[in-house]
Design a protein around this ligand. Structure first.
Ligand SMILES: NC(=O)c1ccc[n+]([C@@H]2O[C@H](COP(=O)([O-])OP(=O)(O)OC[C@H]3O[C@@H](n4cnc5c(N)ncnc54)[C@H](O)[C@@H]3O)[C@@H](O)[C@H]2O)c1
Length: 415
């Protein structure tokens, strides 16, 4: 079962969105040209599960231009955009995803993507890799390797590798400098507040924003909250990150304490149950809760739904829950990634870099298919530097290079 185009206008709207992305992604445009000429993916089947909006769609088209047969699904039921999916179908790609799929449909879509003897797996959060290893082992022999997009997916891969369960090599795309330094920090920072702002239409200036987790994403979310005029509180479990947040000028305290102060709460930890019912019962009437971590486990939605005295579908993507009599907390996007469930995800120029890392990592796997000995592969430094050089060129920025004398100085012990 593939995506059906029921409305030709849907596909046209998606195609325009993808075209806008293409216009703003010079790195991917360059790769598309190279791939079209060299056909490095001829005969290769690629399974892809990444938030299915326009930037991802353009990545799919770039890989398809290189000769790949694409089998595509989303990585979250709320982040798939139907018009974008329809546009890919009209371009002849195999797409299995729609907005608001049920959990059962979501799993079925992953299954359908994986049932085509795929050679390269492009995953975002680890669901494809997990399904291949748990219930589709007959497909494993076709796989050359894969690429993982996000922090949480890499956490899952490390656990599998440590238990000697990971059967094929995976490139840790998230850990490339050209990915997490920009995507997690500047991408999440901007797009989370874009999602919150367009969904709530409320003022941020002068209010308290509580950011749970001060990793790469949390730093971006806190930085942009400050720029919008919020008073920022950070909660952490890592003492070093907590000092960093303090020295960056933010208040640091446990969630227990922050709960009664915050107006906006954003979880971005990759951990579970960071905000639980006890916290919510302490919150101000009208507090806004959202999550930017990969899975919808950071806010304890199950307990909230079970305990709520009433609930109200307040606005698109905002549900209010009466946690104590006449006091409501409002959850955005059902506790799923707020920047994708309530927005369009990261800016195109950011995903240009992240997806250039993805595309070049997939190319690396195909080129080195007979010599891949490690199960967890870091993005080669040369790939990272090449993408950074290309990015600088697109920004019309140039930098210095070391003179021979400077190189000698750096490589000698003389002062
Ligand atoms: N929304 C997006 O578009 C997007 C983009 C990239 C990554 N992510 C996801 O966001 C999450 C965070 O990614 P990251 O790259 O910032 O990871 P990271 O490892 O750099 O940072 C996570 C931080 O959360 C802290 N933390 C863990 N448990 C905590 C808890 N219970 N309370 C408070 N702090 C806690 C850790 O100490 C760490 O500093 C992951 O799930 C990742 O997959 C989302």
């Amino acid at each position: 079962m593939s995506y059906e185009i029921r409305d030709i206008r849907l596909a046209a709207s998606g195609a325009h969105k993808i075209d806008w992305v293409k216009k703003n992604c010079p790195l991917l445009r360059g790769l598309e040209e190279d791939f079209r000429r060299d056909q490095p993916f001829a005969g290769i089947r690629i399974a892809l599960s990444v938030h299915l909006e326009a930037k991802t769609a353009y990545l799919c088209k770039v890989l398809a231009a290189g000769g790949a047969q694409m089998y595509v699904t989303g990585s979250n039921p709320l982040s798939t955009q139907d018009d974008v999916a329809a546009a890919l179908v009209s371009d002849g790609l195999n797409v299995y995803a729609w907005y608001r799929s049920t959990e059962e449909e979501y799993s079925r879509h992953l299954h359908e993507v994986l049932s085509h003897h795929c050679n390269i797996i492009i995953d975002d959060g680890g669901d494809l890799v997990d399904m291949l290893h748990s219930s589709m082992r007959e497909e494993l022999s076709y796989v050359i390797g894969g690429c993982e997009e996000t922090t949480t997916g890499i956490t899952r891969l490390r656990a599998m590798a440590a238990a000697h369960q990971l059967v094929f090599p995976m490139v840790m795309v998230n850990d490339a400098d050209c990915k997490h330094l920009f995507d997690n920090r500047y991408g999440t920072g901007q797009s989370v507040w874009d999602g919150i702002n367009r969904t709530t239409n409320l003022i941020v200036a002068g209010k308290y924003a509580v950011v749970a987790g001060y990793g790469w994403c949390g730093k971006g979310v806190a930085m942009r909250a400050k720029a919008l005029g919020a008073k920022v509180i950070v909660t952490e479990i890592d003492p070093i990150k907590a000092i960093e947040a303090h020295m960056d000028g933010f208040e640091v305290m446990p969630m227990e304490q922050a709960a009664s102060i915050g107006d906006f709460f954003i979880t971005v930890t990759g951990c579970a149950h960071v905000i639980v019912l006890d916290h919510m019962k302490k919150m101000k009437n009208g507090a806004i809760l959202c999550n930017a971590g990969h899975f919808d486990v950071e806010i304890d939605m199950a307990d909230l739904r079970a305990a709520a005295l009433s609930s109200i579908d307040q606005r698109k993507n905002i549900i209010g829950y009466e946690v104590t009599p006449h006091r409501f907390v409002y959850v955005l996007g059902e506790g799923r990634l707020v920047n994708l469930a309530c927005g369009d995800g990261h800016p195109a120029e950011i995903m240009d870099m992240s997806f250039a890392v993805q595309a070049m990592s997939a190319l690396y796997l195909v080129r080195h298919r007979d010599h891949l000995t490690e199960k967890l592969i870091s993005v080669p430094r040369e790939v990272d530097l090449e993408i950074a050089r290309r990015k600088l060129a697109t920004l019309n920025l140039s930098i210095d290079s070391l003179t021979k004398e400077q190189k000698n100085y750096l490589h000698s012990s003389a002062v």
